[in-house]
Design a protein around this ligand. Structure first.
Ligand code: DUC
Ligand code: ZN
Ligand code: ZN
Length: 476
C-alpha cells in the first residue's frame, strides 16, 4: 500500500509514453505499474503525467544594485514556478556591491530558508571582488553543495578578466564543477553605448544595437576557447542568436565541453518588439536582447537536435518602473534588464515545442529538466519519472487552451512579455516530493516546505584535458 497512487494518466517515462500507475511512498516514486493500491488515489484520466520541471537559471531576492531590486523573493517566485509546472529551481547567489562569493551564498541561503514551496539549489557567482584564492573558494562551494559558478564577461562590478576566467576554469575542472558564463564583449558594449548616447540615440530600440550579435558571438567564441584551453565544462547561458549557437556547435565539434542554454524570450520575441512605445517596448528589455526571425528558427532547430541542451527562464523580476527610468526620458542605458518567466517557461515548451511537433517527447523531457539535473548534479533526486527519485510530478491538461495574462500570473512583477499569447496545455496539479502544492489549478498548500538541495559534482570527462597535458604532434 503506497501513500498515494496516481492512476489512469498517460505517463512520460524515459523510454516514452506509458499507461501506468505511479505509487508514491515517503515523498519518492516507489513503483510504476498497474493496479497499485494507495491510501489515497488521484484519478488522472485524460491528463499527461510529466516530471516536474527544473529551472536552472533564475534570479530571486537579489541584493539591491543601483537602487533596483527584484520583485520576487523565494516565496512569490517559487509559487509562480509551481503554477508553471516547475518543482525545482536553481537561482544565483548574486553578490551585492563589493560582496564576496561566499557572503553572497550565505545571504541567499538566508533569503530562501523557510520561504520556498519548491526545492532549490543555488549557483555561486564569481566577480573581481571574489579575491585571488579561487581554488579554496571553489573547495568551500563544492563542500556546501554548490558545484556551479557563474562569471560575467560584461557589466561594471561583475565582469571578470580572461585571467580570472582561466583561473576559475582551471579550478573547476578537477573538482567536477561547472562554469556558467554571460558572454558579451564588454568593451564593444561600452564603446557602442557611448556613441549612441552621444548621438542622442537612447530609446529602447538601441538596446539591440548596443548589444549586437557580434558582441555575443565574440565572447562566446572566447569563453569556448578558454574552456578548450583548460578542459573545463562550460555553459554559455542565454544564447540568443544563431551566431552564438553556431560557436557552441563548433566548439563541441572540436571536442570542447561547451553547453548552450537558451530561454523562451529568444524564441518568442524579436528586436522589432523594442521598437514600440516605451511602455510596450520595456517588456522586451533583457540582455542579450531579442534578435531576428532567422535566429528564432536556428534556435528551435538547435533545441530539436540537442545542440542547445538547456531551456531556462532567466527569470529576472524587475518592475516596469525600473525599466521606464527615468520616467521623463526612458533610456536603454538605465532600464533594468530582465523579464519574468518562471511560470511560462514550461507551458511555452509544452505548447510551442512538444505539441507543435518541433520537439520529440525525449527532447521535451531533456529540456524540461532532465538535462539540467544531469549537468548540475541533481540527477540522483530530480528530473525524471523513475523509481527511487523524488515524486516531483505534474499533471497536465493537454487540451486546455488559454491566454497568458499578467493578472493571472503569480510573480510579483507587474507585467509579462507574453501578454495575450495563446498556449495549449496547462498544469492542473503539481506535487513536490509527493505533496500537492497546486491542486485542480489552485494553490493547495503554500507551506514553504521546499528544501535546499546540496548538489553533487560531475567529474570532468578525462578525454578533455588542459592544453598543456596534450601532445598533438604525437597524437596526430
Ligand atoms: N544576465 C542574466 O543572466 N540575467 C539577468 C540579466 C543578465 O544580463
Ligand atoms: Zn546574463
Ligand atoms: Zn540570468
Amino acid at each position: 500500500m503506497y501513500d498515494l497512487v496516481i492512476t489512469g494518466g498517460r505517463v512520460a517515462l524515459d523510454e516514452g509514453w506509458a499507461d501506468c500507475d505511479i505509487g508514491i511512498a515517503n515523498g519518492r516514486i516507489a513503483a510504476l505499474g498497474r493496479g497499485l493500491r494507495g491510501a489515497a488515489i488521484i484519478e488522472a484520466a485524460g491528463r499527461w503525467v510529466m516530471p516536474g520541471g527544473i529551472d536552472a537559471h533564475c534570479h530571486l531576492d537579489q541584493p539591491t544594485w543601483g537602487g533596483v531590486d527584484t520583485a520576487d523573493d523565494f516565496s512569490t517566485g517559487s509559487v509562480s514556478a509551481a503554477f508553471g509546472g516547475t518543482t525545482c529551481i536553481v537561482p544565483f547567489a548574486m553578490p551585492g556591491p563589493g560582496m564576496t562569493t561566499l557572503a553572497a551564498l550565505d545571504r541567499s541561503l538566508a533569503c530562501a530558508g523557510g520561504r520556498s514551496v519548491v526545492d532549490y539549489g543555488l549557483h555561486a557567482v564569481f566577480t573581481e571582488a571574489t579575491g585571488s584564492d579561487v581554488e579554496s573558494q571553489l573547495d568551500r562551494l563544492a563542500a556546501r553543495g554548490v558545484p556551479s559558478v557563474k562569471a560575467f564577461m560584461t557589466y561594471r562590478g561583475f565582469a571578470v578578466s580572461d585571467d580570472l576566467m582561466l583561473a576559475i576554469m582551471d579550478g573547476a575542472r578537477p573538482r567536477g564543477m561547472t562554469v556558467m558564463v554571460h558572454a558579451e564583449n564588454d568593451a564593444g558594449i561600452r564603446r557602442t553605448t557611448g556613441r549612441l548616447v552621444a548621438l542622442g540615440r537612447t530609446g529602447f530600440r538601441y538596446h539591440a544595437v548596443a548589444h549586437a550579435e557580434a558582441f555575443e558571438r565574440e565572447a562566446t567564441h572566447r569563453a569556448a576557447t578558454l574552456a578548450e584551453i583548460t578542459g573545463a565544462r562550460l555553459v554559455i547561458v542565454h544564447v540568443s542568436c544563431a551566431q552564438s549557437a553556431e560557436e557552441v556547435r563548433r566548439a563541441r565539434g572540436r571536442g570542447a565541453d561547451v553547453i548552450a542554454e537558451t530561454c523562451p524570450q529568444y524564441l518568442l520575441s524579436t528586436a522589432a518588439d523594442l521598437d514600440g512605445p516605451p511602455q510596450e517596448a520595456a517588456r522586451f528589455i533583457f540582455s542579450p536582447p531579442p534578435r531576428g526571425r532567422a535566429s528564432q528558427d536556428a534556435l528551435w532547430q538547435a533545441l530539436s537536435t540537442g545542440d542547445i541542451a538547456l531551456w531556462s527562464s532567466d527569470h529576472s523580476p524587475y518592475r516596469m518602473a525600473d525599466k521606464i527610468a527615468p520616467a521623463s526620458e526612458p533610456s536603454f542605458t538605465t532600464a533594468a534588464n530582465g523579464v519574468p518567466g518562471l511560470e511560462t517557461r514550461l507551458p511555452i515548451l509544452f505548447s510551442e515545442g512538444l505539441l507543435s511537433g518541433r520537439l520529440t517527447l525525449a527532447r521535451y523531457l531533456a529540456l524540461a529538466g532532465q538535462a539540467a539535473a544531469m549537468l548540475y548534479g541533481l540527477d540522483d533526486r530530480k528530473g525524471r519519472i523513475a523509481v527511487g527519485l523524488d515524486a516531483d510530478l505534474v499533471l497536465w491538461d493537454p487540451d486546455a487552451r488559454w491566454q497568458v495574462r499578467h493578472e493571472a500570473q503569480h510573480s510579483a512583477v507587474d507585467f509579462t512579455p507574453y501578454e495575450g499569447l495563446w498556449l495549449t496545455g496547462k498544469p492542473t496539479d503539481v506535487l513536490v516530493r509527493g505533496r500537492f502544492v497546486i491542486r485542480d489549478g489552485i494553490l493547495h498548500d503554500a507551506t514553504p516546505t521546499g528544501q535546499f538541495l546540496p548538489r553533487h559534482a560531475v567529474p570532468a570527462d578525462p578525454a578533455r584535458r588542459p592544453i598543456e597535458e596534450t601532445t598533438p604532434w604525437l597524437e596526430a
